[in-house]
Design a binder for this molecule. Structure first.
Ligand SMILES: C[S@@+](CC[C@H](N)C(=O)[O-])C[C@H]1O[C@@H](n2cnc3c(N)ncnc32)[C@H](O)[C@@H]1O
Length: 330
């Protein structure tokens, strides 16, 4: 944090910060933030009312108890790479992002993506509500002597970074667990430099169909039918990670679902130009590395977006009906 203190701000009053005697101090108004195991504790409530704070607290508690996605005991950088690269999306992200850039991962959970992207000489700042998730992220970083990832406890509605600080902002699977996904997007895109890219992953209203059906089945049948979830029946995933996945997918205290059209509107309202999506709008096929994430694609029309989303339960069932939208700050 000391090396990049210029990009940080106080989450309470936006004042400049200094790191002193194992704590972070606000130079304007003296706000003080402790540091635990290298992680500055800079979470503050959003101040957007009781409803918002209640949701944040519930979600925070949930992820303190169930850090997501968690690590297997044997994980190391080699395994981190091979596991990350079983996801075409993560591999493409890593292949396409340049070196020596500053990336913010909002809602980084246990830091797999942040640690993975930092291996190729990128400075990755991972932030999350959940201190227990961040401790696991930082533990992996320390155990494997990773130098370019760092972790901070932060509420995305009260950023600890100044505007225009990052080349890339990634926010995967997070905004749909907040009280207002659009407001969340507005906050995090302020942190992007002009021309920088935002990558957001959200649950899709149509793509989530099979998960919603399975949720009802699991409620009625208990654990005997867990094999109908493609992730839970995998042989290469440890028990703890399966338990974490189950809770995240079927017992989450708060989730919302969204559509391509909705996010396109949000992009327009926040000065973001649409670049591409996964799945690609108008294409009925899974992501392959022939596609390029950061090359401009068509945003389609109401009909092509609708058809693409209708196919999602069949194409994205394994990921829980997830879609990704990439945009560039104008
Ligand atoms: C489903 S997990 C996703 C973790 C990681 N991005 C991934 O894809 O594996 C959602 C994460 O968002 C974090 N989160 C939720 N609301 C947040 C907020 N207001 N500010 C920061 N992080 C938040 C949670 O603590 C949790 O770690």
């Amino acid at each position: 944090m000391r090396n990049s203190i210029d990009i940080f701000q106080c989450p309470v009053c936006c004042g400049d910060l200094a790191v002193e005697n194992e704590c972070v101090l606000c130079k304007e108004n003296g706000h003080r933030f402790d540091i635990v195991d290298d992680i500055p504790l800079m979470f503050v409530e959003s101040g957007e009312g009781e409803h918002a704070d209640k949701i944040t607290q519930k979600v925070k508690l949930f992820y303190e108890e169930n850090p997501f996605p968690n690590y297997d005991e044997s994980d190391n950088p080699g395994l981190l790479i091979s596991k990350a690269e079983t996801s075409v999306f993560a591999k493409m992200l890593n292949d396409e992002l340049p070196f020596n850039i500053r990336i913010l991962e909002v809602g980084c959970g246990t830091g797999q993506m942040a640690n993975y992207l930092s291996l190729a000489h990128r400075y990755v700042f991972g932030v999350d509500l959940s201190l227990n998730s961040l401790l696991l992220a930082n533990n992996f970083k320390k155990m494997n002597s990773l130098k370019r990832s760092s972790f901070y406890q932060m509420n995305l509605f009260k950023p600890i970074f100044k505007i225009d600080s990052f080349h890339i902002v990634i926010c995967n699977g997070v905004l749909h667990h907040t009280h207002e996904a659009y407001e969340g997007l507005r906050e995090i895109t302020k942190l992007l430099k002009k021309g920088g890219y935002v990558v957001i992953g959200l649950y899709n209203r149509y793509g989530r169909l099979f998960t919603n059906i399975r949720r009802v089945i699991f409620k009625l049948s208990g654990s005997s039918l867990h094999f109908i979830d493609p992730y839970l029946k995998r042989k290469d995933v440890a028990k703890l990670k399966k338990k974490t996945w189950f809770l995240d997918q079927y017992n989450n205290p708060h989730e919302t679902t969204h559509t391509f059209g909705e996010v396109l509107r949000w992009f327009e309202q926040t000065g973001i130009e649409f670049i591409s999506s996964v799945p690609e709008i108008g294409k009925i096929c899974p992501l392959s590395d022939d596609n390029k994430l950061f090359s401009k694609k068509s945003s389609g029309n109401v009909f092509s977006r609708f058809i693409t989303q209708l196919t999602m339960p069949f194409l994205t069932n394994k990921e829980g009906g997830f879609f990704i939208m990439i945009g560039r700050k104008k």
